[in-house]
Structure formats: structure tokens, C-alpha cells
Ligand binder design. Structure first.
Ligand SMILES: Cc1cc2nc3c(=O)[nH]c(=O)nc-3n(C[C@H](O)[C@H](O)[C@H](O)COP(=O)(O)OP(=O)(O)OC[C@H]3O[C@@H](n4cnc5c(N)ncnc54)[C@H](O)[C@@H]3O)c2cc1C
Length: 433
């Protein structure tokens, strides 16, 4: 089949890879001049989410105190944004959390296999390394993470539960004083450079496999009929209003994998999903004192902030800004950007003091899509020729490889590599049932 993939982030490129591997002719359409320019650019590093990383569950609260929750929450009077956070909060009780993670888990496993298969096929170097230390400040928060620890045991994820003193011993940059509740070490969980991975896969697809990439072209709308699907394109410098020309590309099927750009496109085609865009922030700072720099990636579990060393720099990523979507589409106001980066700076100060020169940090932010039940939307939607791969959230880059495989299997009419209850939990129509 001829398949159009809309979006050149890690999700779109991984989808193109799996579709091509399944024997389809693929065209990727991306509004930027190259791949990995959206949320994919801002990754924190961790490839796959453990139960401690997912964006749902007992520790995800919308505390009005952003330094505590890691979320700067400004819903204003917007009922859609409030409803979105309420739905996420429904997954806070341990049982609800456990059930939802069990649905996600087969996708994590499929993704691990898909990433490993790509690595084995091409011998790619994309700064892969292992070792993640999660740290938890307060006794109450430690209580909240217990259901995640149960899941680690249930799924036999290799990990070590540590006291604060043991954490400080293993990772010298983390101070044992002031006291904190404890930590969890994942020696084998991996980190890597997501934009580099995306570019390497794109290079193979374009140069060796004949996948077509159309850059600098924005999809304006999707047309669906019984015989064919098509997209209307504008030549653009990245903004819809500057469109100078429109033309049409048709195919047998379309996969929407356009990150935050997916929601308006789908809405225009008639599919409104209760997903919500949120802005996430990253700081890249020079190392201040070499002896204070971390060897492992250190993750503040409750604030969901990842602190990683990358050569002579420390990268700190996390801090979500949740506000009405019309606001998210615009750059963050200075006070809100300051509030979000202050959350990152505070985590750096708390957990790896002296490691990073935050005053000299380069700040970056990007928009990504969260789902109200923590799971991406993966599968066919609205029309037999339309497929969606979106909403992987802030712990989603490795998941992209598994969800791409599932999409390719569905498009090809093959048996999906995840079980039926996971497949059902990923479908777009789960929100209307
Ligand atoms: C600060 C930060 C830290 C993160 N840390 C991690 C981490 O540690 N681990 C992890 O797993 N994940 C992390 N993530 C999340 C991860 O980066 C995202 O889940 C993932 O990159 C989403 O990829 P995507 O392809 O869906 O979106 P994007 O990368 O945003 O790609 C979508 C693409 O579609 C294009 N597009 C949109 N609309 C159109 C249109 N109409 N026509 C043509 N093209 C269009 C855009 O230009 C964009 O290139 C982080 C994200 C951020 C922002």
C-alpha cells in the first residue's frame, strides 16, 4: 500500500520504518526542514518508562505548589483543561494505577524488542548507556510509590530499593543530608539520544530504503473517501498563515503521527480526542564542579524531572506547564517560563548540588501530547483509511518504536504484537465507550 505518515518526530519516523519493513511504500510529510524538531528534540534521555516514570498514578498530583509536583498548573476558567486533570487523577488510587499499567506493559515489552531489533540491524550509536537512580524526598511520597514497586516486582523489572545513605554511596552527587526517604536503582534501564536515533533511522530510510520525505510541507487537512485518502499540503515556513501554495498527495492510508499538530488535524477530519497538549522544559547547563557531576541519570520521581550528564553538560528535563490549549499554542509567558525553569533549577539544587551552573543554562521548551488515561492513542480511527499514533507523553520516545510496529501490523492486517486488552486500551474509540 501507499501510506502517508504525517509528522517527522520519533513517532512518525519509527512508524515509517515499521511500515516500510512491512512492505509498504511510505511518504513522510514534515513541516520543518528536517526530522526531530518538535518534542523529540527535548527528550530527557530515558528510553522506556518503568512504573515510576509513567504520567499517571498515585504520585501525579496537581499540587498548587509546582516545586513539589513538578507541574505548573494554570487552567484559568477552562473546563476542558480541568476535566483533563480530573481524569488523570482518577488513576491515582493504587488499584486503578496498577490496572492501567498492566494494560500498558505489553506495549513497553514490544517497544523494547523493536528498539533492540533496530539497534541490531544497523549497529547505530545514539549515545546509549545504562543506569538510572530514582530518588524520593518525603516519607508520604515513598508510601505513594509502593504500588509502583509492587509492579516492578510483578513484572520482574531488575531494580534495587535503596536507603538514602545507599543512594548517596552509589551516586556521589546525591547528598544524604538533608535526609530523604529513599531511592530505586535501575542498573539496566537505558538512556539514549532520541533526536540522534530519529535522524539515524531517517537517514537509512531515505538513503537506502527509498522512503520519501517531504520537508517544509505542512498538512492543512485530511480527505477521506472509500477509494483513496489524501492530504492537502501547504508550502510553509512553519506557520499556517504563511502558506503560499496548496497541493494534494493521495495514498491508500494515512497515519497521523504529528505530535501536538495531530489534534487540530484530527478534529478537522471529525475526530475530537480528549488528549491535551502541555509544554515541557529542559535546561542544559555547563558542569560547575566536576566532582559533583552525576554518573547515573538521577530522576526526581515525584516531580518527574530527569538530570543527566551529557559530556561537559548537565541536562535537566521535565517541568510540565498545563494550561488551556489556546495558551499552550503560544510561547510561554515570561513568568510561567520562569516558574517552570525554577522547578528544574530547584530539583538540580536539591539532588545534584554543585553539578550544574544553572545561571549559564540554555533553556528549551516544547509541546507534547498527554492522554487523560496515560496511554497513547494507537490504531485505526474514524475511517478505515485513517490511523493514529499519538499521545505518548513525556515518557514516550521508546514507546514510539513499539506503537509504530503495532500500527504497521494493523495497516497490514497482521496479528498485532500486543494482546487484545492492550490493543483495546490504545484505541481512539476507548474514550467514547
Ligand atoms: C523536555 C522534554 C523531555 C522529555 N523527556 C523524555 C524522556 O526522558 N523519555 C521519553 O521517553 N520521552 C521524553 N519526552 C517525550 C518524547 O520526547 C515525546 O513523547 C516524543 O518525542 C513525541 O514524539 P512525536 O513524534 O509524537 O512528536 P514531535 O517530536 O513533536 O513530532 C511531531 C512532528 O509533527 C510535525 N507536524 C505537526 N503538525 C504537522 C502538520 N500539520 N504537517 C506536517 N508536519 C506536522 C511537527 O513539526 C513535528 O516535527 C520528553 C519531551 C520533552 C519536551
Amino acid at each position: 500500500m501507499d501510506v502517508i505518515v504525517i509528522g517527522g518526530g520519533v513517532v512518525g519516523v519509527a512508524t515509517a520504518y515499521q511500515l516500510h519493513s512491512a512492505g509498504h511504500r511510505v511518504c513522510v510529510i514534515e513541516r520543518h526542514a528536517t526530522v526531530a524538531q518538535g518534542a523529540t528534540y527535548g527528550h530527557g534521555g530515558a528510553i522506556l518508562p518503568t512504573p515510576l516514570d509513567v504520567w499517571f498514578g498515585p504520585t501525579l498530583t496537581k499540587s498548587p505548589r509546582a516545586p513539589r509536583s513538578g507541574v505548573v498548573y494554570r487552567p484559568g476558567l477552562n473546563s476542558r483543561t480541568r476535566r483533563f486533570m480530573q481524569r488523570l487523577a482518577e488513576l491515582q488510587p493504587p488499584d486503578a494505577f496498577r490496572n492501567q499499567y498492566r494494560r500498558l506493559r505489553p506495549l513497553v515489552d514490544a517497544s523494547r524488542e523493536a528498539v533492540a531489533a533496530i539497534e541490531a540491524s544497523f549497529n547505530f550509536e545514539f549515545e546509549q548507556r545504562s543506569g538510572i537512580l530514582h530518588v524520593v524526598r518525603h516519607a508520604r511520597e515513598w508510601e505513594q510509590v509502593q504500588s509502583a514497586l509492587d509492579l516492578l516486582r510483578e513484572f520482574e523489572v531488575q531494580h534495587h530499593v535503596l536507603t538514602a545513605a545507599e543512594c548517596a554511596q552509589i551516586e556521589h552527587s546525591v547528598p544524604a543530608d538533608p535526609a530523604f526517604a529513599g531511592g530505586v536503582l535501575f542498573e539496566n534501564e537505558r538512556l539514549a539520544n532520541c533526536p540522534l536515533f530519529t535522524k539515524l533511522v531517517k537517514q537509512v530510510l531515505e538513503e537506502d530504503r527509498g522512503v520519501r520525505f517531504m520537508f517544509g510541507r505542512a498538512v492543512e487537512s485530511i480527505r477521506l473517501d472509500n477509494d483513496r485518502a489524501a492530504v492537502e499540503l501547504a508550502l510553509t515556513d512553519g506557520t499556517r498563515s504563511s502558506a503560499r501554495e496548496v497541493d494534494v498527495v493521495s495514498a491508500d492510508a494515512i497515519v497521523v503521527a504529528a505530535g501536538a499538530g495531530s489534534l487540530p488535524l484530527l478534529a478537522q477530519a471529525g475526530l475530537t480526542l480528549p488528549l491535551h497538549a502541555a509544554r515541557f522544559f529542559a535546561l542544559t547547563a555547563p558542569i560547575a564542579y566536576e566532582e559533583c557531576a552525576p554518573h547515573l541519570a538521577v530522576v526526581d520521581t515525584v516531580r518527574r524531572i530527569t538530570m543527566t550528564r551529557a559530556n561537559q553538560r548537565v541536562r535537566v528535563a521535565g517541568a510540565a506547564l498545563v494550561q488551556p490549549e489556546r495558551e499552550i499554542a503560544k510561547p510561554a509567558t515570561e513568568p510561567l517560563a520562569k516558574a517552570a525553569t525554577a522547578v528544574l533549577a530547584q530539583a538540580t539544587h536539591d539532588w545534584i548540588p554543585g553539578a550544574a551552573k544553572i545561571s549559564a543554562a540554555h533553556a528549551w521548551d516544547g509541546v507534547q501530547v498527554l492522554s487523560p488515561d496515560g496511554l497513547p492513542v494507537v490504531g485505526q480511527a474514524l475511517h478505515p483509511r485513517l490511523f493514529v499514533n499519538v499521545g505518548h507523553g513525556p515518557a514516550g520516545w521508546g514507546l514510539a518504536c513499539g506503537s509504530a510496529k503495532v500500527i504497521a501490523e494493523i495497516v497490514s492486517g497482521a496479528t498485532p504484537s500486543v494482546p487484545p486488552d492492550t490493543l483495546a486500551a490504545l484505541r481512539a474509540d476507548r474514550f467514547t465507550d
